[in-house]
Design a protein around this ligand. Structure first.
Ligand code: NAP
Ligand code: MG
Length: 408
């Protein structure tokens, strides 16, 4: 008789909204529960339940991740005015991802899932490029304003201790113009650096970091120096032992090198650079449905999820009783990523092996030509390619997983 694989430590599960909630349940029923004996600490982040609990459930979920170190999350609605009306919410609650990220002090790493029959737009890329984006400061929390007449612009810093203020001349405006002031925090940059070193070591991949340090000699060079110091003090030996490298270079040089590389590195980027370049990497790899995401805290807490949202349009089709073809790959990889990390922390190779098998079953399915609509357009043309429904896709993966388990 088949014995289910015991998962030693409790798994923190965060359920979500719309189409991803439906796929989430199917993934658990068809791919996880038949094989795993798991104790689950369940948080329902359905938008209505967040509303009912005044968003306390999101805070509780973040605390549970701190307690158990690994959380696995479904996609969730970030309410706007339309959603407030649609679900009759008390208010437009904050993004759960934002709340959890702030509580864990985490950095988000996004990594594409590669399959043999979908070629990246950049042919030299053989391995996935992971992007780590700093999620604090710069243009996202800037102060900007119009200059409507000639005059002198200065920055004034007033020390909290009552000492004399510092004035820095910015520019003498001859006429109308615009201005912008950015800031960042040493502690935030340091947390970002630690999360990047933690992730690279955890995945055993090289870490690249790039800023415009030649032009921005205090701000961007400040990022560079904080990374360099942290690396030298706390990571150099660990990286050497793992056979991986830390590499800093000017962002222009990094962009040029990435395009010609084989991939396989973590590329750490400042907030704006990461925002823009993560979209480029995602689209060069095909589909948002093939992008995974993990939030890594410098305290060693991990939260796995899909990079995409709740796939609202497909959900409305589903509600109308129409057939859908939504892709569950990133949700499945959120589970496999979380389970693998759980296995590493618990020292349970059987759980790690299950994560590998689950990913293999999912990859095999697409490589055999069985895929959802979003991938059909991207895949190498082959008469064997077959578009399947949301359910059909998960069932095909379940059949492959069964084959792997029964050694056929
Ligand atoms: P989305 O859910 O990512 O979907 C945008 C479009 O991308 C879909 O309409 C679909 O294109 C395609 N797509 C995304 N995931 C797919 C999948 N698994 N399979 C097949 N196609 C997929 O973004 P959205 O529609 O802008 O946002 C919907 C809700 O998600 C919003 O309420 C937003 O707040 C939330 N959101 C949550 C997260 C998160 O929890 N991490 C992230 C982003 C957005 P086609 O329609 O062309 O097929
Ligand atoms: Mg962007």
């Amino acid at each position: 008789m088949f014995r289910k694989i015991p998962v030693k430590t409790t798994i923190v599960e965060m359920d979500g909204d719309e189409m991803t909630r439906i796929m989430w349940q199917m993934v658990k029923d068809k791919l996880l529960f038949p094989y795993l004996d798991m104790n689950i600490d369940y948080y329902d982040l359905h938008v209505k339940h967040r509303d009912d609990t005044d968003d306390q459930v999101t805070v509780d979920a973040a605390r549970a991740i701190m307690k158990y170190k690994v959380g696995i999350k479904c996609a969730t609605i970030t309410p706007n005015e339309d959603r407030v009306q649609e679900y009759r919410l008390k208010k437009a609650w904050k993004s759960p991802n934002g709340t959890i990220r702030a509580m864990l002090d985490g950095t988000v790493f996004r990594k594409p899932i590669l399959v043999k029959n979908i070629k990246p737009a950049v042919l030299s890329w053989k391995k996935p490029i992971t992007i780590g984006r700093h999620a604090y400061g710069d243009v996202y929390s800037n102060t900007e304003f119009f200059i409507s007449q000639p005059g002198k612009l200065e920055l004034v810093f007033t020390p909290a201790d009552g000492n004399k203020e510092t004035r820095v001349p910015v520019f003498n405006f001859p006429g109308r113009g615009i201005a912008q002031v950015n800031h960042n925090l040493e502690q935030s940059i340091l947390s970002f650096a630690r999360a990047c070193f933690t992730y690279a070591l955890s995945e055993k991949i090289d870490l690249w970091f790039s800023t415009k340090d030649t032009i921005s000699k205090v701000y961007d060079a400040g990022f560079r120096d904080i990374f360099e110091k942290e690396f030298a003090q706390n990571w150099k030996d660990k990286f050497k032992a793992a056979g991986i490298e830390y590499f800093f270079t000017l962002i222009d040089d990094a962009v040029a090198r990435i395009i010609k590389s084989e991939g396989g590195m973590l590329w750490a980027l400042k907030n704006y650079d990461g925002d823009v370049l993560s979209d480029m990497i995602a689209s060069a790899n095909g589909s948002l449905a093939m992008m995974t995401s993990v939030l890594v805290s410098p305290n060693g807490w991990f939260e796995y999820e899909a990079a995409h949202g709740t796939v609202q349009k497909h959900y409305y089709k589903h509600l109308k009783g129409e057939e859908t073809s939504s892709n569950s790959m990133a949700l499945i990889f959120a589970w496999s990523g979380g389970l693998r990390k759980r296995g590493e922390l618990d020292g349970t190779p059987e759980v790690i092996a299950f994560a590998d098998k689950l990913e293999k079953a999912a990859l095999n399915t697409i490589e055999e030509g069985v895929m959802t609509g979003d991938l059909l357009a991207l895949a190498d043309k082959n008469d064997a390619n077959k578009k399947v429904t949301t359910t059909g896709f998960i069932e095909a993966i379940a059949a492959n997983l069964q084959k792997i388990f029964h050694g056929q």
